[in-house]
Design a protein around this ligand. Structure first.
Ligand code: UDP
Ligand code: GLC
Length: 382
């Protein structure tokens, strides 16, 4: 099957890392087109997935920004469509992986009569998007998409609640190459030495730095935990949240936590870093559409404490495969972390169950088979 994948972002966020795994089986027949240059292109090239950048202009990719702001006028949309249309004619199907890709993909699908698939990685609600964005996304999906793949039931429910056609949407979770998350002990010891966290009880946080990812909640909770507990924050501001980064550093200084918090920036060795942690936290203050980091932590065999909202509740069974806490509740998070620190023996079984469950439920091969079946249906070739 020849697929033209579209993604607006040059940055490797979760939706892009998911696309990397989905596009891989189609690498010999398909093309990924990006609306912006960046590290995601390099990752695709390293995986030998053909990639083409469609524009030299940087299209703003703030999640909360107005969908039309990034494509401010027809002067931005038209050149993209003109470039894309002859390319799209060489492919069987258009696969839009982001909201701006949906706008461009829908119009290209209309012009080329190629079926459109929309992979929905967001909870379409007004916390994350303006009413105009919501309306536009729903209208385009309903009118042009043959299939909407939602990354969780939470995303599916929000899509339908916002007016999306229930007959179009199917839930497919992100898939993971589970072996990638098995890290040898000697590597973990080396990494701990490099990070100077040997003999520390380490809390890990692995998300881009953005207010709704709630790194400030973890820092505030850490101040209420025993002083032996330290934290590593892995990730960078991918979409221009530089004020938030400054606020986080200021918060660490104000609370006197400089020796207990390390900011590691964006890293490509997530499994190795997760392996050095005793507990991994997820602290999103708005409902997380899926939450790749939660599954990755479970695959590493680490106890995970996740914010109880959105897709996270589909990934973690509280007290069985991890812990769920009230989003934004600093006291509850601090208490749960402290309990894990004081009773490490109690969390081993939970972490093991988490690993087993995650490797059954999110196996990449199985997920890719599900996607393949759905794409054949969308093409009417099953
Ligand atoms: N990630 C990464 N390097 C970092 C921080 C995060 O590669 O420094 C990865 C992380 O492992 C996960 C993805 O980025 O696979 C983030 O996806 P998630 O679904 O958790 O959140 P998103 O940023 O997409 O909302
Ligand atoms: C988006 C969502 C995140 C999800 C990822 C992959 O970036 O914010 O929750 O895990 O897509 O589907």
């Amino acid at each position: 099957m020849k697929i033209l994948f579209l993604d607006q972002s040059g940055k490797p966020g979760g939706a892009e890392l998911c696309l990397l795994d989905i596009a891989k089986p189609y690498q010999h027949t398909s093309l990924v087109t990006l609306f912006t240059d960046g590290d995601f292109k390099t990752l695709l090239e390293k995986s030998n997935i053909p990639v083409q950048i469609l524009t030299n202009q940087t299209i703003k990719t703030h999640k909360q920004s107005n969908l039309l702001q990034g494509l401010t006028s027809l002067s931005q949309i038209i050149p993209l469509i003109i470039k894309l249309t002859p390319i799209a004619r060489k492919y069987d199907l258009i696969y839009a992986n982001t909201q701006k890709a949906l706008v461009i993909g829908a119009l290209t699908s209309l012009l080329t009569q190629r079926p459109l698939v929309y992979h929905l990685h967001d909870i379409l609600c007004t916390t994350h998007f303006s009413k105009t964005n919501l309306h536009l996304a729903i209208t385009l999906a309903n009118r042009f998409a043959s299939l909407v793949i939602a990354n969780s039931q939470a995303s599916q429910t929000a899509f339908i609640k916002a007016g999306g056609n229930p007959n179009l949407v199917q839930v497919v979770y992100n898939g993971f190459n589970c072996q990638k998350y098995q890290i040898a002990d000697n590597i973990t010891q080396q990494t701990k030495q490099q990070l100077e966290i040997t003999d520390k009880f380490v809390i890990g946080h692995f998300s881009r730095l953005a207010p709704w990812k709630g790194q400030h909640i973890l820092i505030a909770a850490l101040a209420k935990c025993p002083p032996q507990i330290t934290a590593i924050l892995v990730g960078d501001a991918l979409f221009g949240e530089h004020d938030y980064v400054q606020q986080l550093h200021q918060q660490v200084a104000d609370l006197g936590l400089e020796n207990r918090v390390k900011f590691l920036g964006f890293r490509h060795d997530i499994p190795q870093l997760m392996a050095t942690c005793d507990v991994i936290t997820h602290t999103s203050t708005s409902p997380e559409p899926f939450g790749r980091v939660i599954v990755e932590a479970m695959l590493c065999g680490k106890p995970v404490i996740a914010a109880q909202a959105g897709g996270a509740v589909e990934l973690v069974a509280h007290g069985k495969t991890g812990f769920l806490v009230t989003p934004g509740n600093i006291e509850e998070l601090a208490h749960t972390i402290t309990q894990c620190y004081k009773h490490p023996e109690n969390i081993i079984a939970i972490a093991n169950q988490g690993r087993i469950r995650a490797s059954q439920k999110f196996d990449l091969q199985h997920i890719n088979q599900q996607i393949s079946q759905l794409l054949h249906q969308a093409l009417n070739t099953d």
